[in-house]
Design a protein around this ligand. Structure first.
Ligand code: HEC
Ligand code: HEC
Length: 348
């Protein structure tokens, strides 16, 4: 048994025994004539006023004073470290949440036929929590958290329900997902999945296996990865903050911005979902932006699409002040940068 539990049990028992002893002793001592004759308490003569209002009253008053003193000392002693105690609890909860989040993301160890109970006990948590996001989104690297969840191919390949063809889908890296999305969209995606892609609904309310706590845990773990706290605009050179329209700098910056901010979803060449869907040419989550596809939109529409995004079609907003009701992105692009990347896309 836990030694703490044992100590508390022994202390309680000792206290009870001491009180019981005291009770017995007092009973012995109280051999006054009244009790010897068997006269009930209520019918025995009471103490005179001189006793009740004299020494007895003083005893009660002193007792009360001492008790108040004890409370006055005990409560501050208990209360002063309370803030620290709560902070320590919070810290422990957060640490445990991260541990669980990592287990949830990882692939569970295989369940053996006749497992040794001790070994099974050690792996039980990993087996019950493991949701194997890592099978698609890239494994966990204990030594280098920055390399964890670095993306991969959806595994197994997606089978198109209409044509029956196997399509290799890119599962996006999640160690940078907070560079493109806020928590609302990440939670929405994990809980409800992305219908029509290999990303399944994981939330228990949507038929998946994960409770809200598990979703919280995996999000907390993702947020702890270094990439999710980095500014993706750091990869764009300083000279591309305000590229002038129509210059060669604008074309160069457009490509740079596209690689830093858009390629993860639209593919390095903007091939999006239009590629062959093979190992060499997998599908990305964004639309294809080449072969003139985007030129079907006029420039104003195109600009507003990048600025405001299409939140629940999973195209993020990039403007510094997107349309009302759309959250301001954590890492926005300037209007000139949006202009530059737009021109790059129209030239693909
Ligand atoms: C998180 C993934 C993601 C990122 C990052 C992303 N996009 Fe998209 N984008 C999408 C998706 C998904 C769509 C399709 C939306 C739809 O179905 O309407 C889309 C659509 C678009 C469209 C409209 C295409 C059309 O034919 O309707 C444009 C233009 C576009 N993105 C530009 C960009 C630019 C420029 C960037 C980088 C600054 C970017 N996107 C970054 C996912 C992304
Ligand atoms: C079978 C492969 C597979 C598994 C397993 C999987 N995902 Fe995904 N996930 C994908 C694919 C593919 C996409 C891109 C979907 C699209 O095209 O919009 C995706 C998208 C996402 C996104 C959105 C990324 C973005 O940039 O918009 C998040 C967040 C995510 N997954 C989290 C998870 C978590 C957490 C788990 C584990 C509980 C998980 N996924 C398990 C394949 C998978």
């Amino acid at each position: 048994m836990d030694t703490n539990v044992l100590t508390v049990a022994v202390l309680l028992l000792a206290g009870a025994l001491a009180l019981w002893g005291l009770f017995l002793m007092r009973n012995r001592m109280e051999q006054k004539p009244g009790s010897l004759l068997g006269i009930p308490h209520a019918m025995r003569p009471g103490s005179p006023d001189s006793t009740l209002e004299g020494p007895r009253l003083e005893r009660i008053q002193v007792g009360g004073f001492l008790f108040t003193l004890v409370l006055a000392i005990f409560i501050p002693i208990y209360w002063l470290p309370e803030a620290n105690r709560q902070a320590a609890f919070q810290e422990r909860f957060d640490e445990e949440s991260l541990e669980r989040g990592e287990l949830i993301f990882s692939a569970p160890p295989p369940l053996e036929e006749d497992p040794d109970p001790v070994e099974y006990k050690a792996e039980e948590r990993a087996i019950s929590l493991g949701m194997a996001c890592a099978n698609c989104h890239g494994g966990v690297d204990e030594d280098d958290p920055a390399a964890s969840a670095g993306g991969g191919l959806a595994n197994p390949a997606y089978v198109d329900p209409v044509t029956g063809a196997e399509i290799q889908y890119r599962a996006p890296p999640l160690n940078t997902v907070f560079q493109r999305w806020d928590e609302e969209v990440v939670r929405f995606t994990i809980e409800r999945g992305r219908p029509g892609t290999p990303m399944a609904a994981w939330g228990v309310e949507y038929g998946g296996p994960m409770t809200t706590q598990m979703v919280d845990d995996v999000i907390a773990w993702l947020q702890s990865l270094p990439g999710n706290r980095e500014d993706p605009n750091d990869a764009i050179s300083e000279s591309c903050r305000e590229p002038a329209a129509g210059t060669s700098a604008e074309r160069r910056c457009g490509e740079e911005i596209f690689q830093a901010r858009c390629a993860v979803c639209h593919g390095p060449e903007g091939s999006g979902k239009e590629g062959l869907g093979t190992l060499a040419d997998p599908w990305f989550q964004g639309k294809a932006l080449w072969k003139g596809d985007v030129r079907g939109m006029d420039e104003r529409q195109h600009f507003l699409t990048i600025m405001n995004g299409r939140r629940f079609a999973f195209m993020p907003q990039f403007g510094e002040s997107p349309a009302q009701g759309t959250p301001v992105p954590t890492y926005p692009l300037t209007d000139a940068q949006i202009q530059a990347v737009m021109q790059y896309e129209r030239g693909l």
